[in-house]
Design a protein around this ligand. Sequence first.
Ligand code: ADP
Length: 599
Amino acid sequence: MNRIKKLLKYLIRDELTAQHRLVNAILVVGIASLFFCTIFDFFIGTGARTFWIMGLLILCFVFSLYIANVKNKPGIAGIILAVSSNFVLMPILFFAEGGKESGMPIWLVLAGLFTWLVVEGWPIFLIYAGDIVMCVILFTAEYNHPELVNKMADRKAEFTDYIFGISTVILIFGIIFKVQSRIYEKRRMQLENKERELTEMNLDLEKANEAKSIFLARMSHEIRTPINAIIGMNEMTLRESSESNILNYAGSIETASNTLLSLINDILDFSKIESGLMKVIPEEYEVNSLINDCYSLLDMRAKGKGLKLKLEYNEKLPTILLGDGVRIRQIITNLLTNAVKYTDIGTITFEVDYIKKEDQRIDLVIRVTDTGRGISQEDIGNIFESFSRADERRNRNIEGTGLGLAITKQLIDLMDGSISVKSQPGVGSEFTTVIPQIVVSKEPIGNIRDKFNARGTTGQNYKESLIAPNARILVVDDVMVNLQIIQLLLKQTLINIDTAESGKKAIELYKDNHYDLVFLDHMMPEMDGIETFIEIKRTDRYVKEHTPIVVLTANAIQGADKEYMAVGFVDYLTKPVQAKELEHVLIKYLPVNLVTMTE
Ligand code: ADP
């Protein structure tokens, strides 16, 4: 009994397809009922011939079971089963078991219905047509030659056969339907469980992702805070020292801290892209300052390596475009930085052009060509993969993470643009990117070389862009050195600066003094920037004066800016605070009558 149970379980095991399990179930039920019929026929004495026919039918079913399971061909087993029972055994039984005046018509229906259950695809229709033809032949033969049919002994035997046929067919189909619906129910339950597991896994993943974002935000904060101090203090050394060896050291610190900062930015960008948080933010931007900034930024680095950075641009380029200028700047800078990094002698050409499209649309075309070491054909397919660095051995002396081009490509994809590369080892490389943009002002940029801002933005050449001796601001940060940096960066602007090292102190100062602008750090112990701001908002002074409050943040995670604006901050500044950005915010929010521009 146990073995039979095991065999049955094996025949309808989960790994099989639903159709396979159905064929097996029908064959098992068929074999069992044929066995039962044979015994029944034996007792009512239908004779040896029927006995043999039933035996043959059982053999045929067992053979089909073999084909379906040992040979693993349930489709063929289904066809063998349907053809043999419909066209061989049924006709024989029809003539042997009493023809139309017996339970045979019911069995013909049973055999026909089986076909629909066990055969798949177009053969069903062939067998169905064959069934109809066969019925016509069988009934016509009985009508014209009744002597061919082995009649039942009497009316009583005929009725018994009807009753037996009907009850057996109901039983067989009943069992098949039950088995089938059990199979489906089991499948449904399994799918439901799988779905539940997947939902739970998804929740876990979401939690892990959230934890990653929090970790990144914290890490970015923790790392940016000391870099802020290094860059700020170093900037003051560069501005105030005139000793050449000190300036040299400070120059090296500046390069190293900027590399560190761009590394952190790359990791943050990469993680944003990975978690689908990177968004393209279209804003109007000036094409000439885009070109100017990128060129100026890399020109110094190229010159430092003895390279020439050549700029070629179409003077008909529209002046103002709508698109994510910040990200396009990042893309160009990445390409130019690589060109400088991987070129030892020669020239780097930075080309900007455009292709006019319908309406106000254009394709901005940026091409960076170098005479550097080039990339081999086998590596060229991988350079846009994250963490992929071509020719690791030859390039080992060049610092890099293999993230730059991966980020570049993802950003370009986000903007529906494209990037292509042509390169020949030892000759050079050419990166071309095409980014769709919308034209805001068609006016051509013209000759922008004259407008180039040759003045450095750091070091001794630094020139502040405003002075505001009558303005008074409050700067709040729990880290002393950050307060010092802002004071030092703004020294030449002559602005009066009060500082507070905690939210509580800031509120006290704010209540007692009038400020034209407040810089408030976000992450502070005890009372953070947002809590402090909420308290400030409750003061009578704020209700009357509506002082603009700018949040200082080391949290460079995407979306943070929106959160700040929602709280009511007028703007935000990311640490490390850059002198130019700081001045930009001051010009924007200080009362106009207090500010004198120096440019
Ligand atoms: P990395 O931080 O290593 O520079 P990138 O993603 O920017 O990472 O570039 C991936 C790889 O592509 C580099 O390691 C380098 O081998 C190759 N590569 C990129 N730009 C150039 C170029 N202009 N000339 C030669 N090789 C380049």
